[in-house]
Write a protein that binds this ligand. Sequence first.
Ligand SMILES: [Zn+2]
Length: 145
Amino acid sequence: MDNLKYFWNKLKYNISSLMHRLLAGRYGIDHLYRFLTVIVYILLFIQIIFKVRHLYLLTMIILFYSFFRAFSKNHQARHKENQLFLQYQRKFSSWFNLQIRKLKERKGYRFKVCPHCKQNLRVKNIKGRHTVRCPKCHNSFEVRI
Ligand SMILES: [Zn+2]
């Protein structure tokens, strides 16, 4: 029994030190890696459920790209890619949240874009022409509801 425990601990130590040597100096996991992994799982799920074979190549490309990024030693380039991804993710999530808000408040309000600063404005849903003052850039403009 002690022998088995000894070998088990030795195996755990060897695997752990091997992983440390393998991953030393590598970029590792970031937001883009996690996102790509989710995409790979979704594509695999689609392939299994709908029996779409043509997605196989795309799945493998995404999978190898995510591995390439995780094992890359060029931290600066990978960080730059991740920042670009996060920038697009923030834009998408703010757009998505706005669409949800528009849907929730569609009965009481209309959403208009300020022509001067492109700020989204919420205007009460009262029919007719109104002069609206943008709270961000303080310019006034006319809207028709
Ligand atoms: Zn404005």
